[in-house]
Design a protein around this ligand. Structure first.
Ligand SMILES: [Zn+2]
Length: 86
């Protein structure tokens, strides 16, 4: 399953009342699935990209795994330079 920020369309009409509990249950199930994928992933390939911090809402450069989308931490200075020059 691919997770992409560009796919998040929030303009859906909200005609059908959907159970909040059902949505929360689905989110929990998907998060569990994602965590399981991330736990077995070797994070062999990653991309340096601008990522929004969930707590501070600030954007910062992070290393994001290409396979599982896990935040692998801050890139090194070399990696930042490479990102800036690409
Ligand atoms: Zn990974």
């Amino acid at each position: 399953m691919e997770v992409s920020e560009t796919d998040s369309e929030l303009s859906q009409p909200q005609d059908d009342p959907v159970s909040v509990q059902q949505i929360i249950g689905e989110i929990k199930a998907l998060e569990k699935e994602l965590t399981e994928i991330q736990e077995v992933c070797g994070h062999t390939k990653y991309t340096v990209k601008n990522s929004q911090d969930s707590s501070s809402k600030c954007f910062s450069l992070r290393k994001i795994c290409d396979s599982c989308n896990l935040d692998l931490g801050y890139p090194s200075r070399d990696e930042v330079d490479k990102w800036a020059n690409s």
